[in-house]
Design a protein around this ligand. Structure first.
Ligand code: DC
Length: 220
């Protein structure tokens, strides 16, 4: 079985690119960020501070996550409710980043993620797939871009969704998430030693897609 790990910081275009790559390759796509987002959403809904490790850990026994593929798109079910849209809110992304720093949360999701990779060709994206979840992945890619390039793309995306935000605010948000994701003690965001680095700061979506596809096809 082939497994492809794509890691990198927020806003590097990972999910959109990974989804399309998986479709072209005929692999199952697994978005691990969606799992952390679901736990972040649950904490927010329950009025629990996402940074509070003990309080978040106490919530875990009450959480059942389901991952289902529908027409090639991943849907996430939180205790039976499809939360695929709700988890995309900015506040949920920030909460996901905070809950993902807690070792209990990472341990809670690790088996689920590893089990999804058993017996099928998959492409999984996240922060620690190449370093922790699938250390023996067939291909590892670290996809990044400068904080400014990522902030400008995110700003545009929000504008297109009718949620205009100013560049400085989006940039500050990205920098804060980068800091949280790279400085946590457990499974911090970092490039695996054997990962191929792809920097999309100065290339557009189609060029990045072509580069990633070539990188993968050369290695499988
Ligand atoms: O990729 P994303 O923005 O949906 O991820 C949301 C947060 O979840 C991100 O800030 C860090 C965390 N995350 C993680 O710690 N490990 C992963 N494998 C995926 C996401």
């Amino acid at each position: 079985m082939v497994s492809i790990a794509i890691d990198g910081p927020s806003g590097a275009g990972k999910s959109t690119l990974a989804k399309r790559l998986a479709k072209e390759l005929g692999y199952i796509y697994v978005d691990t960020g969606a799992m952390y987002r679901s736990i972040g959403l649950y904490a927010l809904r329950r009025g629990v501070e996402p940074k509070d490790a003990d309080a978040v850990q106490a919530l875990l026994p009450g959480i059942e996550l389901g991952i289902q593929l529908q027409d090639g798109a991943q849907h996430v079910y939180l205790n039976g409710e499809d939360v695929s849209t709700d988890i995309r809110a900015e506040a949920v992304g920030m909460a996901a980043s905070a809950v993902s720093a807690h070792p209990a949360v990472r341990a809670f999701l690790l088996d689920t993620q590893r089990n999804l990779a058993k017996g099928q060709n998959i492409l999984m994206d996240g922060r620690d797939i190449g370093t922790v979840v699938l250390p023996d992945a067939t291909v590892k890619i670290f996809l990044t871009a400068s904080p400014e390039a990522r902030a400008e793309r995110r700003r545009k995306e929000l504008e297109e969704k009718g949620q205009p935000a100013d560049f400085a605010t989006v940039l500050a948000d990205i920098q804060q998430r980068d800091y949280q994701d790279t400085h946590r003690a457990v499974a911090p965001l970092k490039q695996a030693q054997d990962a191929v680095l792809v920097d999309s700061s100065d290339i557009d979506f189609e060029q990045t897609f072509a580069l990633l596809k070539k990188t993968i096809l050369e290695r499988i």
